[in-house]
Write a protein that binds this ligand. Structure first.
Ligand code: UDP
Ligand code: MG
Length: 338
């Protein structure tokens, strides 16, 4: 037994062959779940005979999760704890985990035991069939119907429409990736759920398999309906990126020019009416329209220019981290304070 555990720990990374799997879990106030979570992940991977590391990222918990993670990471050779300075949100915590992951495959899941670690080997087996990303599909999702399932159904449909990647369950955190795929993804906002879409744009092969889902045992969900709106806003951004990222001026500039042209045409007509026909134009609705179109045109045009500049800055500023790390504990006894 000891031999197997030893063989399957992160210590192997010190040897010339590569670590198979990094399991990345964001943790925000999940202190009661943590011991069960670590055991379940370790069992699942030990049984499947893969070498693995568990990377638990504490996202500024206030319930003692970070202390527990520290202790566990010192005790266990298969666990690394990445402690963030404050709460940055699930996506940032996952990005931090990705940054420390060394496995060929990266698996993500939630820290509240709603995802079942026993499904991890199934995802990996599917990945080995030749996919770059395997997403879990919570066929029997154990969440409230009205405020969780319905918005997520609509969101999944919309995301599928916009991105062209049709998955039943974008929101499922349980996913497996080939590590190259996440290595150079720039995440922010609620973007972790759009990883399949972003990966697809990069040419990744994507599929999904049904996974188990359990009701929360401890603690409570960190999200309400507000997240749906944030997700929709992110979706708009993705759509924007897909369409206009390269040349925003080509969209807004044209709209602006058309609007200005329409404004000037109507304006000229009114000038003609006033000067040549000698009629009064001050009370005509058309006059208002002409002014609005002209102003809108100028605005849109300048907006296009601004967007063009913004895109340049965006491309140049990719290096900026969306989180700050306080401390990294574990994995061969290292303890790196930052
Ligand atoms: N989480 C996090 N930072 C946050 C909010 C959540 O790291 O600011 C983690 C949380 O601990 C859990 C996962 O993200 O592991 C999903 O959160 P939750 O279970 O509350 O979401 P739900 O299952 O209700 O969608
Ligand atoms: Mg949950």
């Amino acid at each position: 037994m000891t031999a197997i555990i030893y063989q399957n720990t992160v210590r192997q990374n010190a040897f010339p062959y590569q670590l198979n799997v990094s399991v990345v879990v964001p943790i925000y106030n999940e202190v009661e779940s943590i011991p069960h979570l670590i055991d379940a992940i370790a069992n699942s991977l030990t049984n499947s005979g893969l070498s693995y590391e568990i990377i638990l990222v504490d996202d500024g918990s206030k319930d003692g999760s970070s202390q527990l993670l520290r202790e566990q990471a010192i005790l266990r050779t298969d666990l690394k704890a990445v402690l963030l300075r404050r709460n940055y949100g699930q996506t940032a915590a996952m990005a931090a985990g990705f940054n420390y992951a060394k496995g060929q495959v990266i698996v993500t899941l939630d820290g509240d035991l709603q995802n079942d670690p026993a499904d991890i080997p199934l995802l990996i087996a599917k990945l080995e069939e030749g996919y770059d990303l395997v997403s879990g599909w919570r066929k029997n999702r154990q969440d409230a119907a009205l405020n969780r399932l319905l918005p997520s159904k609509i969101a999944n449909w919309l995301i599928g429409k916009v991105t062209g990647v049709k998955l039943h369950d974008y929101g499922c955190s349980l996913k497996a990736y080939r590590s190259e795929l996440v290595a150079d993804m720039n995440l922010y906002g609620e973007l972790h759920r759009f990883l399949p879409a972003l990966a697809y744009i990069e040419g990744a092969r994507i599929t999904e398999i049904p996974v188990r889902h359990h009701a929360r045992r401890f603690g409570q969900s960190k999200y309400g309906l507000g997240r749906t709106f944030r997700v929709l806003m992110d979706l708009l951004t993705i759509w924007f990126m897909k369409k206009f990222l390269t040349r925003p001026m080509h969209v807004f500039g044209w709209l602006g020019l058309i609007s200005m042209f329409a404004g000037i045409t109507i304006g000229s007509y009114l000038t003609f009416v006033k000067l040549v026909l000698g009629e009064e134009i001050g009370n005509r609705p058309l006059l208002v329209l002409a002014v609005v179109l002209l102003l809108a045109g100028v605005q849109l045009f300048s907006f296009g220019l601004l967007a063009e500049l913004l895109m340049r800055t965006y491309h140049e500023s990719q290096g900026r981290p969306i989180y700050r790390v306080r401390e990294v504990v574990g994995a061969i006894g290292q303890n790196t304070a930052r």
